[in-house]
Write a protein that binds this ligand. Structure first.
Ligand SMILES: Nc1ncnc2c1ncn2[C@@H]1O[C@H](COP(=O)(O)OP(=O)(O)OP(=O)(O)O)[C@@H](O)[C@H]1O
Ligand SMILES: [Mg+2]
Length: 482
């Protein structure tokens, strides 16, 4: 009980003093006040481990003190003191989150016994948190969580190459954490005091991308009203992160190759060569070798970019990471929303583990955030909290409404096994298209909202719409970029 910070609220001076003495004698750090209003003031100033409050008080009553304490910090435990014969109020207090109640008159020993029990629970919770953090430190590098061996290898590679100036090509599906890898490379390099500049190559048409990368002189093209520095100049001495590098046009490919070979470039509309000292990190969802084979990407540029490849595996290939990441998101969100969720129920864990996450970590993150925000269980996340639709047949509902989980459940139960195996890719694509359309319809075409629900970036959603030929009426709210 040593160092337990306790707020004591009781209007009877003798009781207050006896309790204060008894608690201080066992090492508690006690702040004692006579009224509910003063109790609330104290809570607003400081977060206590334990609040002991009489229920009947002058000014604000004990229930208000209890509510204020729980609202301020859900982990503050509250012990209420009730008058003999008012058990109903005590039960009400328990429903509001009180740990226990004690009925007047009581012996100090009786009080100390309960406080000891509470102190044990608090110590256990701290220990758990400590262990969790230790575990997280072990599996975490610059915000990248990874327990899976492939991910450990990725993290080791980042540590190894961060300090060099080698060009890195990060390859992975949408939402796998490519941008996090780029950040980690920069943060662990000697260039970290200088800028990390990011450009999404898919978001801009050819001329704009050229101007964005290399800058332009006044009047270099229609609309170039003044001189502008490009990203290569801005990133000087730092790192330039070119996202979606597979999307750049042949013209930009040539220009990029020249910068990589000669370390010089010119602004659009100028002949003045500018030297550059940047470390280039690129990312792509595409298989660039295939793009090279099909003549869409220059082979010489590919070799210049692929000096150190880092392949980030999709989440479905690293099951060990699912619960580590889900647990981390749960804890962060739970704290942010001042909820006291302890974890996922066993069936919820099983559900998380068997899902395939087409939107990878981003989708898992959104799934858990939504579950924490909307879930009704106060202690554990349940399967029904994980599904976007309240009546998902897979998580326990009755409707035929489809969500990620339902589609997994239905494809397993409604199709013959051999058919599923031969046409899984086609089935997945068919489902994906229908599902995207249905989400876009529900959110009245808002791509921002739809991408959040689907766990995809806006860009990835736009690309999927393009691929599946989904009419732009469904998704033309905010242009094509990120
Ligand atoms: N290993 C990980 N640990 C913790 N969080 C992760 C991890 N991987 C990804 N995330 C989180 O998932 C989200 C998506 O990651 P990120 O933006 O880096 O993916 P991406 O591969 O760049 O996606 P896209 O191709 O769509 O741009 C981010 O919020 C990121 O913080
Ligand atoms: Mg990205």
């Amino acid at each position: 009980m040593k160092d337990l910070s306790v707020l004591l609220v009781d209007d009877e001076p003798l009781m207050r003093l006896s309790m204060l003495d008894a608690l201080e004698a066992v090492g508690c750090d006690v702040h004692a006040v006579p009224t509910g209003a003063e109790g609330i003031q104290a809570i607003e100033k400081k977060t206590f481990d334990l609040v002991i409050t009489d229920l009947r008080l002058p000014g604000a009553d004990g229930l208000t003190v209890l509510k204020t304490a729980k609202e301020k910090a859900a982990h503050t435990e509250v012990l209420v003191i009730t008058a003999h014969g008012s058990v109903e109020t005590a039960v009400g207090a328990m429903k509001l989150g009180a740990f226990d109640y004690i009925t007047k008159p009581f012996q100090m020993d009786e009080l100390l016994l309960i406080v000891e029990r509470i102190s044990g629970v608090i110590a256990l919770r701290r220990e758990n948190q400590e262990l969790k953090h230790q575990l997280e430190d072990k599996f975490c590098f610059n915000g990248i969580l990874g327990a899976n061996s492939q991910m450990r290898a990725v993290l080791d590679k980042i540590k190894l190459v961060a300090e060099t100036d080698s060009t890195v090509l990060i390859v992975g599906e949408s939402g796998t954490g490519k941008e996090l890898v780029a950040n980690a490379l920069h943060q662990n390099s000697a260039r970290r005091e200088y800028p990390l500049i990011k450009v999404s190559c898919a978001a801009l048409p050819e001329t704009l991308l050229e101007a964005e990368l290399f800058g332009h002189e006044k009047g270099a093209f229609t609309g170039a009203l003044r001189q502008r520095r490009g990203r290569f100049e801005m990133a000087n001495r730092g790192t330039l992160f070119l996202d979606e590098i597979g999307e750049i046009s042949p013209v930009v490919q040539v220009k990029l190759l020249r910068v990589l070979q000669e370390r010089v470039f010119e602004r659009l509309g100028s002949n003045q060569p500018i030297e550059t000292d940047v470390r280039l990190v690129c990312a792509t969802q595409k298989d660039l070798r295939k793009e090279v084979a099909q003549g869409r990407f220059r082979e010489d540029l590919f070799y210049r970019l692929n000096v150190v490849p880092i392949i980030v595996p999709p989440l479905r290939q690293r099951q060990e990471d699912i619960l580590v990441i889900a647990g981390h998101v749960l804890e962060t969100c739970s704290q942010k929303l001042n909820k006291q969720l302890r974890g996922f129920s066993q069936p919820a864990r099983e559900l998380l583990l068997r899902y395939s996450y087409p939107g990878n970590v981003r989708e898992l993150q959104n799934l858990v955030e939504r579950a924490v925000a909307l879930g009704r269980d106060h202690a554990m996340v349940q399967p029904t909290d994980l599904c976007g639709f309240q009546s998902c047949p897979y998580t326990g509902g009755v409707s035929q409404e489809a969500c990620g989980f339902c589609s997994e459940g239905l494809s397993g139960s409604t199709k013959k096994k051999d058919q599923t195996m031969t046409s899984l890719a086609a089935a997945r694509e068919g489902f994906e298209k229908d599902y995207i359309v249905s989400v876009l319809e529900r959110v009245e075409g808002s791509r921002t909202t739809a991408s959040r629900i689907l766990g995809l970036s806006r860009k990835a959603l736009w690309e999927k719409c393009k691929r599946y030929g989904i009419p732009s009426a469904y998704h033309d709210d905010q242009g094509e970029g990120e």
